[in-house]
Every structure is written in structure tokens, then in C-alpha cells.
Design a protein around this ligand. Structure first.
Ligand SMILES: [Mn+2]
Length: 407
């Protein structure tokens, strides 16, 4: 007998309003409506199957204190699982915690209200859940910050790297303890919100750069575990292609920003029995994001070159960003009204003209115009180009990381 699980993560409801517009009929930002629709497809699937358990991998909102109407939009979807009597674990991600405190600030209301069948995963512990297809045990591993397993005096005077090392040393026996207490006869899942050291980064590095630490995949490749359900990284991936066990990031359910333009979005369906697991990624129909980049600086007819680039693409209902490079003397050859007209079919759009310098190319190509870099990456790119700073480069990066941590 197998237990059926729906695993989703990184909902980030309330994100990306700048990519939407106010729906005049509802007064609500269309990106919130998009996210609600995407989430409702997941919940529909859970109910229609029906699954035995829903595992949410964390990061419900952009921060721990979402506006009430956003919280309500989230709650009214998950409430349907409670009504359908489907046990659900809401794991606490970094975006669900207050920046300095601990616990699941935005999700703890579900425990306070004692929603039947709902568990808020804000500590490292094992939950045994009974389903009509048998029992399953789920180890919850919420986002760890430096106050989770360490006290302030212990971390005083340590570098960020040393603190992370200490945190890993603390985590290991705690996890080991959970593993030893497991019932070896029933299926076991670890549900964690974490950055694993084989993870291929998506947008989350821009959302929380430098905050937190990395857990080696070897911590998760354990014979006790039948499936590892992760959250945090927005790009869907399996960190253990041997599937012993599968270590799965389902990714975010909708595009949080343009860094997710080319990623498939979805959720994962899992069938798990003791020692046996099958999983499948299910793509969700999400709104298209489209970047159009044109260099017209060498063109005699820059406007029509831009219009051609737009015409080649299907922009209907997409979130579009148009960037074109031009020389200053070409400015009057391009009419904004004409570009507005050409982009009218898009859901929303931004237009960014960039003047190319005729004197010199940017010295650091990776820092050139049009590239958005997170602060740490920008610093890394800068240091890579400064032979003379090589000796202190790693110290500078660490100091920068520490600065970012205190923001
Ligand atoms: Mn996260």
C-alpha cells in the first residue's frame, strides 16, 4: 500500500506586484490573482486525487507579516484541505520567520487556531501521521538561522563561516537523534527548508543573499529516508538522480521575478511505501515572462529594428521587459508612443533604453549595463578583475557577507 503525497513549495504569495496591475473589477493586483489561481490548481489536485498528505516546503509569503488580504487568500486555499480532511504540514521557511526571531511568525496562526489535521513545522522533530493508506512519519527541518541551535555567547567573535560550521556540527547529532527514533517499518519523509550544497540556484539568491548556510547533500542521502521534500530553491531539481532517496525541490509554484523567466513551475506528486518511491513533477500553467533585448546602436532605423524584435515574439498576456541599447544621437529616432502601441498586448511591460558609451566599453563586462547582480556577486565579479586585491579577496567577501547578514 502506497501513500500519496502532494509536495509543493515556495508560494511567495504577495510577491512581484510590480509585474502585475490592478484588476479594475476586483481592485486586486493581477499577480496575486495569478498566484491564487496557481495555488488553487495544486489544492484542486490534492483534493481530486485525493492525496493522503500535503507537504508545503516553506516560504508562504515574501515576509513574516503579509497584509491581511494576502494572508486570507493563502488561508482560503489551504482551508479547503482541512475541509477535505487531508493532513497538511506547513513548514517554516526563511521568509516566514521574523528577521531576528525564531518560529513561524506568519504560519503560527494555524497552530493557534488548531486547524484540524494541520501541522506547523517550526522545529526539528518527527511527526507521525495516520492516513487511510497507513501511517507515515515526516521529519520537519525548518529554516535554520544562527539562533536556532546556538546561543549568542557561543557565536561571539566567530566569523560567519565558523558559525555556519558550528551550526552544522550541532545539526548533525540532532538529525541523528531523529533518525534513531524512527519507526523502521513505515515510510519516512524528511521535509526541509534549506540550501543544499548541490542546489542549482534560482531567484532565491537575490531574495536572501548571504543569509544562512548550506547543508551538505550527504546529510540527506540516508537509507532511513524514502523521500526528501525540500523548499527554498525556486528552480525545480532532484539533487540525487539515483533516487536513493529522491531529494526534490519542486521549485516555486509561480514566477516570483524575471530570474525565473525560463523555469518550468510546478508541484510534485509522490507515491511512497517503505523502501519504495515514485515521484513526478507536474508543470503548472503560469504567466509567461519575456525579456526582449535589442542592440540598435549600429542601426540606421533603430525604431523599426525594435518593432521587428517585438513582432517576432508572442507577447499576449505576458509580462514583458524591453531593453534596447542606443547611442544618444538616436534618441529622437525612437518614439515611446510607438513602442507603447507595439507592446499593448502584453499583460504589463517595462521599457528601458540604455545609452551605450562611445568612448569605452565597461571594464567589467559582467557588471555592464542591463545586468542585475546581487551585491555579493557584484563584489565577486569586481574582485575577479582586481589582481592586486587577490590576497584579501576572500576576507572582503566574508566581511561583505557579514554586513549583509546584519541588514
Ligand atoms: Mn526560502
Amino acid at each position: 500500500m502506497a501513500i500519496k503525497i502532494l509536495h509543493l513549495s515556495d508560494i511567495h504569495m504577495g510577491s512581484g506586484f510590480s509585474h502585475g496591475k490592478v484588476n479594475p473589477e476586483t481592485g486586486i493586483n493581477t499577480r496575486l490573482e495569478d498566484f491564487v489561481k496557481t495555488l488553487s490548481i495544486c489544492i484542486d489536485r490534492a483534493i481530486n486525487e485525493p492525496v493522503d498528505v500535503v507537504l508545503f516546503g516553506g516560504d508562504a509569503f515574501p515576509d513574516a507579516t503579509p497584509a491581511p488580504y494576502i494572508h486570507e487568500a493563502f488561508a482560503s486555499q489551504f482551508r479547503r484541505l482541512a475541509d477535505a480532511k487531508i493532513p497538511t504540514i506547513l513548514l517554516v521557511g526563511n521568509h516566514d520567520q521574523h528577521s531576528q526571531g525564531s518560529g513561524g511568525a506568519s504560519l503560527s496562526i494555524y497552530r493557534t487556531l488548531v486547524v484540524p489535521g494541520f501541522i506547523v513545522g517550526d522545529s526539528i522533530t518527527t511527526h507521525r501521521i495516520s492516513t487511510s493508506n497507513g501511517d507515515i512519519q515526516v521529519i520537519t527541518l525548518p529554516w535554520l538561522n544562527h539562533s536556532t541551535l546556538l546561543t549568542r555567547p557561543e557565536t561571539e567573535g566567530l566569523s560567519l563561516g565558523e558559525v555556519s560550521q558550528l551550526l552544522l556540527e550541532r545539526l548533525q547529532p540532532v538529525l541523528e537523534g531523529e533518525m534513531r527514533r524512527l519507526d523502521p517499518t513505515i515510510p519516512t519523509v524528511l521535509l526541509g527548508h534549506l540550501m543544499a550544497d548541490r542546489a542549482n540556484l534560482g531567484a532565491e539568491r537575490f531574495l536572501a543573499v548571504g543569509k544562512g548556510f548550506t547543508i551538505p547533500v550527504s546529510f540527506l542521502i540516508r537509507p532511513e529516508l524514502d523521500y526528501v521534500a525540500l523548499g527554498h530553491v525556486h528552480k525545480h531539481q532532484n539533487l540525487n538522480p539515483a533516487n536513493t532517496p529522491p531529494i526534490i525541490y519542486p521549485g516555486s509554484i509561480d514566477r516570483v521575478d524575471f530570474s525565473e523567466e525560463k523555469e518550468d513551475k510546478g508541484y510534485v506528486m509522490v507515491n511512497v511505501a517503505k523502501g519504495k518511491v515514485a515521484w513526478e513533477f507536474n508543470p503548472l500553467p503560469v504567466r509567461t515572462f519575456l525579456t526582449i533585448t535589442v542592440d540598435v546602436s549600429e542601426s540606421e532605423t533603430p525604431e523599426s529594428q525594435i518593432l521587428d524584435a517585438i513582432a517576432k515574439l508572442e507577447i499576449s498576456d505576458a509580462v514583458v521587459r524591453l531593453t534596447y541599447k542606443l547611442r544618444s544621437e538616436q534618441l529622437e529616432l525612437i518614439s515611446n508612443a510607438t513602442l507603447d502601441q507595439a507592446l499593448k498586448a502584453a499583460h504589463t511591460y517595462t521599457i528601458r533604453p540604455e545609452l551605450v558609451s562611445q568612448l569605452a566599453r565597461p571594464r567589467l563586462p559582467e557588471l555592464g549595463l542591463g545586468n542585475t547582480l546581487a551585491p555579493l556577486e557584484a563584489l565577486t565579479a569586481y574582485l575577479d578583475n582586481r589582481e592586486d586585491l587577490r590576497e584579501i579577496a576572500s576576507d572582503m567577501l566574508e566581511a561583505a557577507q557579514e554586513l549583509l547578514e546584519t541588514i
